[in-house]
Design a protein around this ligand. Structure first.
Ligand SMILES: NC(=O)c1ccc[n+]([C@@H]2O[C@H](COP(=O)([O-])OP(=O)(O)OC[C@H]3O[C@@H](n4cnc5c(N)ncnc54)[C@H](O)[C@@H]3O)[C@@H](O)[C@H]2O)c1
Length: 213
């Protein structure tokens, strides 16, 4: 993902998703100040105010933000106040786990297609969704509802080829789980998920804690 798009840094968007996680556990009718939210989040109040000011004016002076209103405002900014359609490419272990996990997509994301290239999988079902041949992707994208996001859970060696096929078929956003940096045009949004990299990061911090003991 580019560091900045339309002048908004990807870190701002990442923090907005964290504000949502925090707000969803609070009482919707209550009010919260940026100081109180900052305390819960481990950010500064100025950071929170600055992040939100990128998108307009929020909250009531002297009273703070109403939880329900702020939650729905952030949902609207992120485009998750409506249902977004997803397709999953690669109906293997990871693809299967994602399709089976309702918390992963919640009500904002709807998996409308699962694709694979294995003859033994094509035509079978995964959580009630028919697994289709990857070759059908261009036709599927033309004939079905708009696809907002494609999730790539294919082996590394075919991930670039699949990404190119998706972009040519009109997909604009890809959530990539394959351990490879995809080459895509600038107007395509890509988010990479790499649990192994997180493990490496964690390992570094573990070493720091041990060395400081
Ligand atoms: N990001 C992470 O943290 C993380 C974690 C686990 C796995 N992965 C990656 O996710 C990917 C999937 O892992 P997995 O364990 O589910 O693998 P898997 O082998 O269980 O599943 C891969 C699926 O992709 C299908 N496939 C292969 N070539 C294809 C093609 N050209 N078009 C469509 N489908 C194709 C296979 O038939 C299979 O069903 C791998 O790239 C793996 O490295 C990433």
């Amino acid at each position: 993902m580019k560091e900045k798009r339309n002048g908004i840094s990807s870190r701002v968007i990442e923090r907005l998703t964290k504000y949502l996680r925090c707000l969803e556990n609070l009482s919707p009718e209550d009010y919260i100040s940026s100081e109180e939210l900052a305390l819960k989040m481990g950010f500064t109040a100025a950071q929170i105010r600055k992040d939100l000011s990128n998108f307009g004016e929020f909250g009531i002076r002297g009273k703070g933000y109403q939880i329900r209103t702020l939650y729905s405002d952030i949902e609207r900014i992120l485009g998750v106040h409506k249902t977004n359609n997803i397709i999953v490419i690669g109906a293997g272990r990871l693809g299967g786990a994602l399709v089976s996990e309702p918390e992963f997509t919640k009500e904002s994301f709807n998996i409308i297609g699962v694709f694979d290239n294995s003859d033994t999988k094509i035509g079978t079902e995964m959580k009630g969704i028919k697994i289709r041949d990857v070759k059908e992707i261009p036709y599927f994208l033309q004939s079905k509802d708009k696809v907002d996001v494609a999730i790539l859970t294919v082996p590394k060696k075919v991930a670039q080829q699949m990404a190119t096929l998706l972009v040519e078929a009109g997909v604009k956003s890809i959530l990539n789980f394959a351990p490879i940096n995809l080459e895509v045009p600038d107007h395509i949004a890509v988010q990479n998920i790499d649990l192994y990299a997180k493990l490496q990061e964690l390992n570094y911090w573990k070493e720091q804690v041990i060395n400081n003991d």
